[in-house]
Design a protein around this ligand. Structure first.
Ligand SMILES: Cc1ncc(COP(=O)(O)O)c(C=O)c1O
Length: 398
């Protein structure tokens, strides 16, 4: 059976993590792995999560199955969180939501749904994009193509080139769009750009697949979902993958949702029946524990208030570290070449240097990031910002 299988090289990010762990230096800085860290370097269990979890465990009387679509109260709370309470797709009963194992589960089920509905379409993904988009979408057999998104050397969006590319996509093609806190660039569309994109999607009859993994990490829950809501208002059909790994710190519990918006309620019901069948054929039912915690927080006003304060604290800490690192870089370099770090959103920015520079930062300074020079700003601390800035200044030329 297995004679044909040869050893695969490890995933890039896992390789960076392993090298970091093996480095005995006391100065080492981890800007690689994509999880939030507090000022002590820990990825904490939020207090709101701990409280909800304790209440759930105290009240739980069974571990029997919940349902193929997951928890109803989770799904309706997620729909409201993502689309808002008055969205037209909800008013017209065209949105259907299914709990999934993380955002990855939602992306995978979404990819299978697209392949079942329209096997010949191309999925257009941003260049660059999160490394896992390619296997999650591509392994369903869909054809992937990249649209220009960001110029890493110039540190700016390639919005005109993006629109130009999509202008030539075939009607019915799928466009995967990061909702906010673009991974790996940190560069998001502004409201006018969202508007222009939504109009193009509508006019060219392209199908948006929106990926929202960082709602609340840029500005707040509503502002971060504004682009998603706008697009979902302008087009007849859409898919939205939502993840609660980051904003609730529930990474290992695998909490996410797939929202499908159809042309009319009957079509949406049909789409939901296919989503359930696809889920059944991959993992049968989503894990419950994390979704139970999320649902309790979303539906209990006191817990929700506590969570919103904790979410704001995570967001502020990352924004502060962006600001601090860009100020330190300005101090050592003497110009504003790295000011973009302070202006972007979410955990990631691309430093915009070559893989050789990334290697030198690692080998000479014990600073770890992925070869594309993606930095997780949550790895910056008040005590290491100057050190990181000085190392970047020393090594930044190829
Ligand atoms: C852009 C993007 N989409 C989706 C996900 C999926 O997250 P998870 O499956 O952990 O919920 C991530 C996680 O890093 C991400 O960065």
């Amino acid at each position: 059976m297995f004679q044909q299988l040869t050893q695969l090289s490890s995933d890039t990010i896992l390789g960076v993590m392993a090298k970091f762990r093996a480095d005995p230096s006391t100065e080492k800085v981890d800007l690689g792995v994509g999880v939030y860290r507090d000022l002590t370097g820990n990825t904490p269990v939020l207090a709101s999560v701990r409280r909800a979890e304790q209440e759930i465990l105290a009240a739980q009387t069974t571990k029997s199955y919940v349902a193929a679509a997951g928890r109803e109260e989770f799904n309706s709370a997620v729909e409201e969180l993502v689309l808002g309470s008055a969205h037209i797709a909800r008013r017209e009963r065209r949105a259907r939501t299914m709990q999934t194992p993380g955002g990855c589960g939602a992306l995978r089920v979404g990819a299978e749904l697209i392949r079942a509905s329209a096997p010949g379409v191309t999925v257009h993904i941003s260049d660059p994009t999160w490394g896992n988009h390619t296997p999650l979408l591509g392994s369903s057999g869909l054809r992937l193509e990249r649209y220009p998104y960001y110029d890493a050397a110039a540190h700016r969006l390639r919005f005109d080139a993006m629109l130009e590319h999509l202008e030539h996509a075939a009607a019915g093609d799928v466009v995967l769009i990061h909702a906010c806190c673009h991974n790996p660039t940190g560069a998001d569309l502004d409201p006018a750009q969202w508007q222009a994109l939504a109009l193009l999607l509508q006019r060219r009859r392209l199908f948006p697949f929106l990926d929202m993994a960082y709602q609340g990490f840029a500005v707040d829950l509503d502002a971060d979902a504004a682009g998603v809501r706008l697009v979902a208002e302008q087009v007849p059909e859409a898919l939205i993958a939502s993840s609660f790994s980051k904003n609730l710190g529930l990474y290992r519990e695998r909490v996410g949702a797939l929202i499908a918006i159809g042309e009319n309620p009957a079509r949406s019901d049909a789409v939901m029946s296919h989503m359930l069948q696809i889920a059944r054929s991959i993992y049968s039912m989503p894990p419950d524990h994390g979704a139970a915690i999320a649902a309790r927080i979303f539906t209990n006003p006191a817990l929700k208030q506590q969570w919103l304060a904790e979410l704001a604290a995570m967001r502020t800490r990352i924004a502060d570290m962006r600001e601090l690192l860009s100020r330190q870089l300005q101090r050592v370099i003497g110009d504003d070449a790295f000011d973009f770090i302070g202006m972007q959103h979410g955990m990631f920015s691309l430093l915009g240097v070559s893989p050789q520079v990334v290697e030198r930062l690692r080998d000479r300074h014990h600073i770890y990031m992925t070869p594309d020079s993606r930095m997780n700003l949550a790895g910056i601390m008040p005590h290491n910002a100057a050190y990181v800035a000085e190392a970047i200044a020393a090594e930044r030329r190829a």
